[in-house]
Design a protein around this ligand. Sequence first.
Ligand code: FNR
Length: 185
Amino acid sequence: MSKLKIAVIVGSLSKQSINRKLGEGLAKLMQDQADFEFIDISRLPVYNRDFDNTPDFKPFEDLKPQIRGCNGVLFITPEYNRSIPASLKNVLDGLSRPYGQTVWAGIPAAIIGSSPGGAASAMAQQHLRNVLVSLDMPTMAQPEGFVRWSDTLLDADGNIGAASHGFLTKYMSKFLDWVQLQQKK
Ligand code: FNR
C-alpha cells in the first residue's frame, strides 16, 4: 500500500496553540511513514441545521473531500472547562450532516492532546471519545495521549524533545498500524 495520508484536526484556533505545535512535532516525527494534512477549521461558521437545506452555502460540505481523501484522522484537542472546545464539536457536527451523509463513519481515528495542567486534557479526550463512538469512527483505545505541556516537550526547531520522543513515537506507530488495519481489503 502507498504511504498513509492522515488528516490532522486541531481543536484550538489559537495562533500560539500548544496543541498545534504538538501536532506539527508529531507530523515531523512520522514524516517518513505518513503524509499529514492539517485541516483548517478556523473559518467555519457555527453549525446550524438549516445549512443542510441551503444548496448555495456549503462551508462544511466543502471540507468533506479533504477528509474522504485521508486514511485516518488524528484529533488533537485542548481541554476547555473539562470538555472539548466548541470549534472541535462544531466541525464534528457539521460534517456529520445532512442526515445520512456523514463523512466520519468508518474512518479510523486517534485522540491526543495537551495542556499545561496535570490533567493533560484527559477529560476532554474522554468526552471526544464518546462523540466519536456516536459518529462510528473506530478509535484507537491504547495508548492514550495525555501529554502534559512543558517547554521541553519540543526542541527549538519544533521537533519532539528527548523526554517524550520514545512515548510519542510508540503512540504514533501504533496509530499508523491501527489505520492500516482498518483499511478496506
Ligand atoms: C483552558 N485550559 C484548561 N486546561 C485544562 O487542563 N483543563 C481545563 O478544563 C481548561 N479549561 C480552559 C478553558 C478555556 C476557555 C481556556 C482558554 C483554557 C487551559 C488550556 O489547557 C491552555 O490554555 C492550553 O494552552 C490550550 O490549548 P491551545 O489553545 O494552546 O492548544
